[in-house]
Ligand binder design. Sequence first.
Ligand code: CO8
Length: 260
Amino acid sequence: MNGEFVRTARDGAVTTLTIDRQPALNALNPKVLEELREGVREFTADRSARVMIITGAGERAFVAGADIAAMSKMSVREAGAFADLGQSTFSAIEDAPKPVIAAINGYALGGGCELAMACDIRIASEKAKIGQPEVNLGVIPGFGGTQRLARLVGRGKAKELIFSAVAIDAASAEKIGLVDAVVPPDQLMSKALELATLIAAKAPVAVSLAKAAIDRGLDVDLRTGLAHEAALFAECFSTNDQREGMDAFLSKRKAEFKGK
Ligand code: CO8
């Protein structure tokens, strides 16, 4: 797609989605969110796209939050609708049946941190600054921050970050598990693409079911999660890719997965 604020590009089986609203440090207004949702929908529908990278345009920001100028004029009802739009957009990323990697190139604040947390894996530039500064503005995180941050880094750290509104650097974010890797700024996109390409070469249905098993498992008790895992493991045996993967191993050749 090539929207006003969101564009996508393809490199083999990897789609890169870039949010480009640089005068406002890529802040999320309703139009940006709608275009982002459309980009995610297209990625999900395109069978030939296996992994998506989400990043921000320019050197300064991944996304510096929801648009404060737009929010400053909202009524209670409009604020609720805006929170719903952001949440449904980010849930579409989390629920996409394929992996999504956040390449955090700079500020990831408020809605930007919430967007990154809805992705499966987060790689950050050494220059990234990450946080939930909403209480500076008299509001709370509304695009999933109170829920996903606590699940990712634990209740205490989430409360510390949200109550204090302090933005932390990439190294500190890696230490608490808020990001998964930190790389020099000029290597961010190549590292993200390297990981995406590695994942894209694996059996797509298996990767998709692994994502579902991990995500649903974290929402339920261990025994329910294990039962779900066993069911999805069995489901892999209904795919050609399971036969191909195992045949290829036993024949000492490289597997060619078709995603079926
Ligand atoms: N919204 C709108 N515009 C923004 C935003 C934003 N979140 N962030 C930056 N901008 C704009 C600035 O207003 C400025 O515009 P202009 O040049 O026209 O004055 C431009 O981007 C550049 O920003 P600065 O001049 O401030 O650049 P600095 O380098 O001095 O500072 C910062 C960079 C530290 C990132 C600073 O811009 C900042 O603090 N931004 C706001 C960060 C923030 O508070 N984000 C959280 C917003 S709240 C949120 O995300 C809630 C999500 C849930 C919503 C639920 C809906 C109901």
